[in-house]
Design a protein around this ligand. Structure first.
Ligand SMILES: NC(=O)c1ccc[n+]([C@@H]2O[C@H](COP(=O)([O-])OP(=O)(O)OC[C@H]3O[C@@H](n4cnc5c(N)ncnc54)[C@H](OP(=O)(O)O)[C@@H]3O)[C@@H](O)[C@H]2O)c1
Length: 226
């Protein structure tokens, strides 16, 4: 991806959110042209919505060197018994289905530019959170898609995941979430943006997930059964 910075074009789905807006800001600071998309720009719960979003990006930017899936919904704690069909679909649709159909729609563009798809996962992709059963399942699906899509789009395009730990936590939760990490502090959306920028330049990296979690995956002492 050795393009002059002014020629590099990115679509960030979820670019209006807490993590996504930091990615957008960082890419723009690095000279990228970016379409920062929210739910009104294309509903990632449907194949047609994902296709519309990519069409719009094509129309506005002309080509795509980078697509980031950073959209999310349905991150609501619930026990096994509390999960409904609606809450299951809410957690799965934007995350798992949305990742797949965004990739399907953008695949020709990314192949043409030898570009990169980045999927923002979660440490829940790798950890069984009993308080977030549907979210954990959706994130595990995303992590598998990182690998499936990397094989499907190779050798022309690369696909990588980023699994953040607590980087944008609810107000008042900082201390508790910090204690869940080895580093003893929460991160920031900018930590995820750093990882995106790294991956854009890491031309020999594909099919893998970069964990950006302050050691959250290794800090198992706090995990309890609910
Ligand atoms: N926050 C964290 O600490 C953390 C930790 C680990 C992983 N993550 C992951 O990072 C990603 C972003 O999280 P966040 O905290 O930034 O979330 P957020 O602030 O709630 O932002 C969610 C984004 O998704 C978009 N979105 C929601 N429903 C959509 C739909 N149906 N179609 C298209 N876009 C839709 C939103 O658009 P609108 O603005 O239009 O609603 C918004 O841009 C998620 O995948 C999340 O699991 C976050």
């Amino acid at each position: 991806m050795a393009l002059p910075s002014a020629d590099r074009k990115a679509l960030v789905a979820g670019g209006t959110g807490r993590v996504g807006s930091a990615i957008v800001e960082r890419l723009r600071a690095e000279g990228w042209q970016v379409l920062a998309a929210g739910s009104a720009d294309g509903d990632l719960r449907t194949r047609a919505g994902a296709a519309r979003l990519v069409e719009r990006a094509r129309a506005e930017l002309g080509s795509l060197d980078l697509v980031v899936h950073c959209a999310g919904a349905g991150f609501i704690p619930s026990s096994l018994a509390e999960v409904t069909e609606e809450s299951w679909d809410e957690a799965m649709d934007v995350t798992a289905k949305g990742t797949f159909f965004l990739a399907q729609a953008a695949a020709p563009d990314l192949r043409a530019t030898r570009g990169l798809l980045v999927i923002v996962e979660d440490v829940a992709s790798f950890q069984a959170w009993t308080s977030f059963p549907a979210h954990s399942a959706a994130k595990a699906a995303q992590a598998m898609l990182t690998r499936v899509l990397a094989r499907a789009l190779a050798p022309e395009a690369r696909v990588c995941g980023i699994a953040p730990g607590p980087v944008a936590v609810e107000p008042g939760q900082e201390e508790r979430r910090a204690a869940e990490t080895l580093l003893g502090r929460v991160g920031s959306p900018e930590d995820v943006a750093d990882a995106v920028v790294y991956l854009t330049g890491a031309g020999y990296v594909t099919g893998t997930t970069l964990v950006v979690d302050g050691g959250r995956l290794l800090q198992t002492g706090h995990l309890r059964r609910p």
